[in-house]
Design a protein around this ligand. Structure first.
Ligand SMILES: *Cc1c(COP(=O)(O)O)cnc(C)c1O
Length: 390
């Protein structure tokens, strides 16, 4: 079976993890700092905080932004549920701004409208869907006008660049950016995430919240009586200054992450080459079209989504998926719009209120795209689809 996505691990990735196993640290040792440093160098961000997953990163970003009950986080309906859930973990509400049907990213116009109607809106989370960077200049201008912070869900977009040429995560348009190292994403750390920021105060808070809310770095102590004895710091003393979590990542994961990050340019180049091959072939198709053909050279290309006219193909999506599966090809739907999930419906959301997202959902299928996908495998996929397209 050809999966829709897959990680690529080399012998030197394995060796990097084995070296950690033979060393003195398993969790939170020097590899965490090294991974963060490599990530900063790659993206151009001033600070980076490695965490146990992007889900944890989004939660911490929402907390560091001060989100709480009564506030609202605005995101795209076309994302993984974790983006919206970050608000719910803090007690805040969620609102959705519909996508632009061409890019599949949050529409700045839709965002403007939602923010005008949502007085408690505090944080906007655009999602670089499929790896295609959002129009951050427009989104951050709208968010700023409405007094909102911007946190990029960059789980798909590691290796992508904005229209201004900077790497996603560089931080020129937002307060924080969150990345994922789940194996299906651009690089694998087993599980893992990173929060990039250029704001020192946010950075310091994220570092505390990652580890129980205990004082870190050179945070001043709050209880001076317990902290000091005759003006000397008590060597055992630490203090929990706010409610945090154990969202730490291990040295094992970070060693893998650093080793993988060095390969990211190759990974992205291969994804772009494969996307270009798909694009060329689909140009001859009538009822199956690439969903995000623009700015391929700036996209992290986490996904290759095709839009199907299932009606013209005289097949349902289920039939197409099963037909492809019988030919050894795995496909997936990204995503069921978040407001369609029973948990969000129970809060009063109706996915049909987001017509661009709802329309897209009924036409999409993500095709296999990963570093080790061969030209022959891709030709097989395109050939099977050509048989359907007629
Ligand atoms: C994968 C993903 C996440 C969550 O990442 P984890 O590291 O698995 O927690 C969040 N947002 C989007 C858009 C994702 O694709």
């Amino acid at each position: 079976m050809i999966p829709y996505g897959k990680h690529h691990i080399d012998e030197d990735d394995i060796q990097a993890v084995v070296d950690v196993l033979r060393g003195d640290w398993l969790t939170q040792g020097p590899q965490v700092d090294m991974f963060e440093a490599a990530f900063k160098a790659y993206t151009g961000a001033e600070y980076a905080v490695a965490v146990s997953s992007a889900t944890a990163g989004l939660h911490l970003a929402a907390m560091a932004a001060g989100l709480s009950a009564g506030d609202t986080l605005v995101t795209s309906p076309i994302t993984f549920v974790a983006t919206a859930n970050a608000a719910r973990y803090t007690g805040a509400n969620v609102a959705f701004a519909d996508i632009d049907s061409a890019t599949l990213n949050m529409s700045p116009e839709a965002l403007d409208k939602v923010l005008s109607q949502t007085p408690g809106a505090k944080m906007v989370v655009p999602v670089h869907f499929g790896g295609l960077p959002c129009d951050m200049e427009a989104i951050s201008a709208v968010a700023k006008r409405h007094g909102c912070l911007v946190v990029e869900d960059a789980a798909h977009a590691l290796g992508g660049t904005y229209a201004d040429g900077n790497m996603v995560g560089e931080g020129g348009f937002s307060h924080m950016s969150v990345f994922s190292f789940h194996p299906v994403k651009a690089i694998a750390a087993g599980e893992g995430g990173m929060i990039a920021t250029n704001d020192e105060a946010l950075y310091r808070r994220l570092i505390r919240l990652r580890s129980h809310g205990m004082n870190k770095l050179d945070d001043p102590f709050l209880d001076l009586d317990l902290a000091f004895d005759s003006n000397e710091r008590n060597p055992w003393y630490y203090e929990m200054q706010e409610l945090g979590f154990n969202y730490r990542i291990t040295d094992l994961q970070c060693a893998l992450g650093t080793s993988q990050l060095a390969k990211l340019p190759d990974f992205v180049a291969r994804r772009r080459a494969l996307a270009a091959r798909y694009d060329t072939r689909f140009a001859e198709f009538s009822h199956i079209k690439p969903a995000q053909p623009m700015a391929r050279d700036r996209s992290g290309l986490h996904l290759y989504v095709a839009r199907f006219d299932f009606h013209a193909l005289c097949m349902t999506r289920r039939e197409v998926m099963l037909h492809l599966r019988a030919q050894g090809i795995t496909t997936q739907v990204h995503y069921i719009p978040v407001p369609a999930h029973p948990y969000y419906r129970a809060q009063g959301f109706d996915p049909q209120d987001y017509p661009a997202s709802w329309g897209y959902y009924h036409e999409c299928l993500s095709l296999p795209l990963f570093y080790d996908l061969t030209d022959d495998q891709q030709d097989h996929i395109v050939g099977v689809l050509k048989g359907l397209d007629g």
